[in-house]
Design a protein. Sequence first.
Length: 342
Amino acid sequence: MRKKKFTYKKSGVNISSADNFVKFISTISSNNKGKKKFNNIGGFGSISNIPKNLKNPKIVACTDGVGTKIEIANVLNKYDTIGIDLVAMSVNDLIVQGAKPLLFLDYISINKIDLNKLKSILKGIVRGCKISDCELVGGETAEMPGTYEKGKFDIAGFAVGLVDEKKILKKKNIKKNDLVLAVPSSGIHSNGYSLVRYVLKKSKINLKKNKFLKKELLKPTKIYVKEVLNLIDNNLINGCANITGGGLADNIKRVIPDSLVADINLDKVKTKKIFKWLKQYNIEDKEMLKTFNCGVGFCLIIKPKNLKNVAKFFTKEFKPYVIGKIKAGKNNVKLNGKIDWS
C-alpha cells in the first residue's frame, strides 16, 4: 500500500506563491529606490545609510497597524489604500519627536496568499513611503492557514527615523501662551473602526450600496511628514501631537509639561461629514471624542508670532487653525465647549 505524502503545500502553505510575491516586491521597490545604494529585498536583513548631515543623530522607532479598517477593505474588496494607512500610522508618530522617516518594514499575515490582494496592499505601502520620503527596505509575508479564516489577514508596519539631538521636540519647548493648532484630518484615518463596523451591523447598512460610505471609510490616513518637517527645519513649532486612538485629549496630554495645560475650545473644531454621519447613531460626545479624531488629524503647538508662517506650508484642505492655548495649570488638557455636529 502506497503511503500518502505530506507536503507543506498540502498543509496550506505555498512557498512558490510567496516567492512570486517577493519578486514583485523586489521589482516595485527597485523602481522607487531612487538614489539608495542597497538592494535589501530578499535578504535576511536590510542595510541603509545614515545621513551625513546630522551631527548627533538619534534613532526614533515606531510600530502600528490599521486595526479593523482591513475588514472594510475586505467587504469592499478594495486594498489599494490601506497600505498608505499602514505607513501613515507609524511615520506620523515619528515626526512628533522631530524625526525624519528613514526606512519602513511591513508584516503581512494571511490565511492563504492571494497575489492580487497582496500586490494591491504593497502598492499602497510603496505609495505611503514615497509620500513620506522613506524607503521600504523589507518585510515579512506569513501564510498562516488555521490561524485566519478564509480571506482574512492582518498587517503591521515598522518605521525608523533619525533626528539631530538639537532638533528633538521636547516637552520643555512648550511655553505658556503658545497656541494649539488643529490640522484637519482626511477622515476617520485608522482608529475607531470597530465602532464604525458595529454601527453598520446594528443599523443593517449595506456598505456596498452606499456611495458616501464606500468613499469615506477607505480614505487613506493623511501623512503629515512633509509639512511638519518643513516647520521643524524653519523652527516654527514647539511641539505637536498625532491624534490617533484616544482622541484629542489623550494624545495632546502626552506632549504637555506637567506645569501647563492645553486649554482646547471644542466650539472651534471643524469636523467632517463622516463624523456628523456617525453622531446621528446616538453616540455621546464623550465617546466620539475618545474614539475618533473628529476632524483633527494632527495638532501643532506654536508661538503666536509664527501663526501666519506656519499656514504657508499647508494646502487649503489641510490648513491649520487655532483651537486652543497653553496656560498655567495641571491635568495637561482641558476641553471646553462643544463640537457643532449639525
